[in-house]
Design a protein around this ligand. Structure first.
Ligand code: ARG
Ligand code: ZN
Length: 487
């Protein structure tokens, strides 16, 4: 809690420095009811997420018109039905929504008019401060613990949004549709959201696209696709709690295939019909290994955490893959290393998510270590060799300087986060032994399943599992600017 409050204070100071006052909770001694905060206190993304409520469910009804020219913008017309519970007495709350225009808001079925009054809504689009807020006034006010349903009609042009490093993300227009990958803060480019990995919710998707196009989201198919007057509506239900950065609703010319993995787990793959030749051969070979990979990782880390798995293999519009929950998105080809990496994220990152973005190594270090484990299991390279090679690489590129437990907003996906992270886990395993290492890993996954946790939480679990004091070890391997002593 103290950590949260400190983080919120940092966010407020950042905002104050920028000359902006984010919505704040009512001051002590003032009225009990006040607006929820405009951010959830992430030091890297102060206006991502919001305060005062917890979303239970997002119902997203999207109609997407792809552009005829892929370099141009598409159009999204949508209605989001958001069920949430107040965590403080609220007279207003915010959602994050970027670059799209709201046309109507209903609270519990009652129309809320546009404006700035107590029962009205307003939108702010402040790109310089990454402050994209829809504020909804609540009359009647919403008491802590009460649940309400807010319906937001919105829409606009969808283009090719960029993250803080210039990488494409969010709702990205492709030649045949859209590739939707939100990490870290891209979800607001297509729906109003409490964009905080700590606020997980279930999702229902209805995605209406021109007849002939396929729309694929997280989870399992809902109602059968329905076609009327040249438009087809695809339904998907994601019943496992999910962080907003892991939602997808990709649209394209896909071939869908259904099969079963271990324990009857549904595996649904969507492959872009434009993926052909060697890329398709490679992709099919890797996707055929999914059941074996799931079995292997379940043996090591416990049962696969979700109701389904699969892949969305799109074109090369975005140059990375993302572990979108139950159905990772791949660019142009899904190779074996990447498939096992994104599968590893279902446990490490998706079931147990980072509490703050600075904890990203908990995702990427583990997913990279999962690649190493699989490569050894397949007889490709021993862990010892992968560890030694990685350390040599970090040496030769001088990559020890970055504190991977707080890499900085624009270094979330730096090589060090992945490779030093994986090397750290292997060094930890050498230090505490296999039994404690895997006991610690499964305890971590059990304790924080469908939730989120910090680097400090991870250190505590590993200290418990090993019975060792590991502060110096974690400092050397995560934070210190020098090459740590080798195990
Ligand atoms: N988590 C993804 C992976 O490791 C990488 C996402 C990169 N995202 C970005 N906005 N550059 O597979
Ligand atoms: Zn990853």
């Amino acid at each position: 809690k103290a950590r949260r409050i400190a983080a919120a204070a940092v966010a407020l100071l950042t905002a104050a420095a920028a000359g902006i006052t984010p919505a704040q909770a009512a001051p002590q001694g003032g009225p009990r009811y006040g607006p929820g905060a405009a951010g959830s206190g992430d030091p890297y993304f102060p206006y991502a997420g919001n305060g005062g409520y917890d979303v239970l469910h997002y119902g997203l009804d999207l109609r997407y018109t792809p552009p005829s020219d892929p370099a141009a913008a598409g159009n999204l017309t949508a209605e989001a039905t958001i069920t949430l519970r107040a965590t403080q007495d609220l007279d207003a709350l915010d959602f994050d929504l970027r670059g799209l225009t709201v046309t109507a808001v209903d609270v519990d079925g009652k129309d809320v008019n546009r404006g700035a009054g107590p029962s009205e809504w307003t939108q702010v689009q402040d790109d310089a401060n990454r402050r994209w807020e829809l504020t909804v006034g609540l009359r009647p006010k919403l008491k802590e613990g009460r649940t309400t349903t807010i319906t937001i009609s919105y829409g606009g042009a969808t283009g090719r949004p960029q993250d803080t490093t210039g990488a494409l993300y969010g709702w990205v227009t492709t030649p045949d549709g859209a590739m939707v990958v939100n990490e870290p803060d891209g979800a607001p480019t297509w729906f109003p959201v409490n964009d905080d990995p700590e606020d997980k919710a279930t999702y229902s998707f209805r995605i209406t696209v021109p007849e002939g196009k396929t729309a694929v989201a997280n989870g399992l198919p809902g109602d059968d696709p329905e076609t009327h007057a040249g438009w087809t509506t695809w339904s998907w239900e994601a019943a496992d709690p999910m962080a907003s950065y892991l939602a997808t609703a990709s649209v394209g010319d896909f071939t869908l295939s259904y099969s079963e993995g271990p324990r009857g787990l549904p595996i649904i793959n969507a492959v872009d019909t434009g993926v052909t030749g060697p890329a398709l051969v490679k992709t099919n070979a890797a996707l055929a290994l999914q059941p074996q990979m799931i079995r292997y990782l379940s043996d090591l880390f416990g049962r696969y955490p979700f109701e389904a798995f699969g892949a969305i293999v799109d074109d090369d519009s975005v140059d990375y893959a993302l572990e979108t929950q139950t159905r990772p998105v791949y660019s142009e080809v899904a190779d074996e290393d990447t498939v096992v990496h994104e599968l590893g994220h279902q446990w490490f990152g998706n079931s147990v998510s980072p509490a703050d973005w600075k904890d990203i190594w908990l995702n990427e270090g583990w997913a990279t270590y999962v690649e190493w484990l699989w490569a050894e299991h397949q007889g490709k390279a021993t862990l010892a060799k992968q560890f030694t090679d990685t350390v040599a690489e970090l040496d030769s590129k001088n990559l020890w300087a970055l504190d991977i437990s707080n890499p900085g907003r624009d270094n979330l996906f730096a090589e060090q986060v992945y490779r030093r992270g994986a090397a750290m886990l292997h060094a930890l395993r050498a230090r505490i032994g296999d039994a404690a290492f895997f006991a610690g890993a499964t305890e971590w996954l059990d304790r924080y399943a469908n939730s989120s946790a910090t680097t400090g939480d991870f250190e505590a679990v590993m200290e418990e599992a090993s019975g060792q004091q590991l502060d110096a070890f974690f400092n050397d391997w995560l934070r210190e600017g020098d090459r740590p002593a080798m195990p």
